[in-house]
Design a protein around this ligand. Structure first.
Ligand code: PLP
Length: 237
């Protein structure tokens, strides 16, 4: 068994256990999907993970991702863009990804929709609105009070399929402090749905905290380190 195969199986088992070991199952509206975060990792490693059954991958840097995608064009991968979105990259992002997680401004949503209509007419882009639940100045995302309005407005765009919310929580190791932040996102998600906007996806949880996120209702977890090992420092930039 390849090393990545063993790691994938271990992470999938932990996801499965977390899905069952909590009572979040009754609240979760979809099974948990694992996004293998392959930023800074070579295309060959993505190919190994694909051979081990992984189909969904996440990337943060547009140029790096597009080059990798070209090398992997023979594989039926579902690509998620999970990095910060610069408006001058919206054409590439809309053209090269199936999902975009970090939408935090209506202007960016409009540009993604327009470009998506050009590159993929009739095939809308799956979009998540990023929410800053920790309130840290360094975190991207809309403040919780503005999330519902952005979700509703972006959901009305022709080439956007609004799927839900995403967050990056404050980097804390205390599970209860993690839980409070994930719960805040899930409660916001529940309120937006109760008000009539159809959403089905909560993207929250990474290597350090994904089991807590699943307990709080995550449907997408974004995991890099636990699958591919520590990244080289380039990533810190
Ligand atoms: C890098 C990254 C991840 C993966 O983080 P790990 O700690 O390596 O699992 C998840 N989400 C986002 C938005 C990231 O940038």
């Amino acid at each position: 068994m390849s090393p990545i195969n063993a790691k994938l199986q271990a992470v999938r088992a932990r996801i499965e256990a977390a899905s069952h070991a909590t009572n979040a199952g009754s609240r979760r509206i979809r099974p948990v999907t694992l996004i293998a975060v392959s930023k800074t990792q070579p295309a060959a490693l993505v190919r190994d993970a694909f051979a081990a059954g992984q189909r969904v991958f996440g990337e943060n840097y547009v140029q790096e991702a597009v080059a990798k995608q070209a090398e992997l064009a023979d594989l039926a991968i579902e690509w998620h863009f999970i990095g910060p979105i610069q408006s001058n990259k919206t054409r590439l992002i809309a053209g090269h990804f199936d999902w975009v997680h970090g939408v935090e401004r209506m202007k960016v949503a409009e540009m993604l929709s327009r470009h998506r209509g050009e590159s993929h007419p009739g095939d809308p882009l799956n979009v998540l609105v990023q929410v800053n639940v920790s309130g840290e100045a360094t975190k991207r995302g809309v403040v919780p009070a503005e999330a519902a309005e952005l979700v509703r407005a972006a959901a009305s765009l022709a080439n956007i399929r609004m799927r839900g919310l995403m967050t990056l929580i404050e980097n804390v190791t205390d599970p209860e402090a993690q839980r409070a932040q994930f719960r805040m996102l899930r409660e916001l998600f529940d309120r937006i749905r109760a008000a009539g906007t159809e959403l089905d996806t909560l993207s929250m949880g990474m290597t350090q905290d994904f089991e807590v996120a699943i307990a709080e209702g995550a449907t997408l977890v974004r995991i890099g380190t636990a699958l591919f090992g520590a990244r080289t420092p380039k990533e810190a930039a």
